[in-house]
Design a protein around this ligand. Sequence first.
Ligand SMILES: Cc1ncc(COP(=O)(O)O)c(C=O)c1O
Length: 482
Amino acid sequence: MKVDSSYTRLLDFLEKHAGRKPVSFHMPGHKGSGIFRRYGYDAFLENLMDMDVTEIPGADNLFATEGVLKELQERYARLYGARRSWLMVNGTSGALIASILATVPRGGKIIMSRNCHKSVFNGVRLAGAIPVYARPELMTEYGISGQVTRSEIRRCVAENPDAAAILITSPNYYGICSDIAAIAEIAREAGMILIVDQAHGAHLKFFRGHSSAEEQGADIVTNSTHKTLASMTQSAILNLCTDRVSPEIIEEQLQVMESSSPSYVLMASLDINARIVEDHGGEVFGEWQENLEYFYGEAAKIPGLTLIGMDPETGATKYPFDPTKINIDFGIHGLELEEELNRRGIFPELITGNILMCMTGIGNTRADYDALLAALREIGKERAAAPKLQSRFAQASAASNAQPLPGKLHAVPTSHRKIKLSDAAGCVCAVSIIPYPPGSPLVCPGEEITPEIIDYVKLLKERGEKVMGIDANWEITVGVEE
Ligand SMILES: Cc1ncc(COP(=O)(O)O)c(C=O)c1O
């Protein structure tokens, strides 16, 4: 299958794409209608438009729940073992911003991992909070960020005992988890609220041999159920697991962040997701884990292919790892591997240099894993037959994947101008520069642009990777000195 970028109209593109029955290793986790049909939710699929209602009698009100939405939120609280759960209609992004607004006072400090999603940086700006960055470990063999260690959190807490909260992403974009239990203990001792961005780990509570941030003692946990479970894109669940934060304050900030017309279709998909987990959890999560074990075992036999994160022979990992993220390194640029997979009707989630990440979800079937294995075997054979084939993309080394840090922090500029990237050293960033995916900012407004940042952005662009905040003329927006 060839990727077709010739469509000028959205619906035409989506209809054609759906008609091709693609194999999805990207978000959302439901992977299409199959899982809804498997468990008898055909009526939902057939009546989508008629279920798109508003707060009519009987439909309850998301911001003053007392009926069907209250019941659903209570079911989620039971599923995750939380004190309170809220249905989200603008994803984990909204849940994170509301959590920051609810826990960090204006001018207060928040300790956050530097590899957080852009919504965290946005929340910190909206809250008028001061970020203190915890550096995640660098996995030098791949140049990607790993876990945030307890010693790094201890250091940040010791240097900033006045911080109000700690915010960690776990699992990260590659499935690497941090020791939340240890970090929760440090947070409790220091009297700080621990917020865990578990956008990628909504399934961990239900996976054999894994544990969720809720179980490990985090105070607030955000779950993008749409990323790995069965609800629709933009739906998510926010869990409050502590009595140290007032549910009323969380609810107040959720109202600030969310549409006053929450989609009943999205919320209905959250109901279906909860029912699938409640009624068929043993079956679906058991199958998912079996499929992953099968995949890792078979993929390990493919010559030249490296799977990051897990030793396929022993299943051992050097750190807590969520195996639902399949990170593949075939020794070629990830964009090239992506093209090869796209040609075969398979669509992965993200690329970092040579690493291509396939994101599995509750809706993937054994046939999907077999299709991916067959494609990888074929690509392996083709590469072995033509080893001298020139790559069209700049090759990525592990060292070149490592993100440099921005320079000094200034006030966020109020007057702006456009400038060539190559002339921007020493300027103050006015519009975030964000490699996307995964969406973790390289430079935020107020941060100084260094020569290393410029070289790194050039490298990403030359490698064909997407970078938000730089236009087609390679210009960026910086502050004007006043
Ligand atoms: C680590 C992380 N956190 C938060 C988000 C935002 O989640 P959502 O898309 O549910 O708003 C993302 C989205 O990709 C993410 O990767």
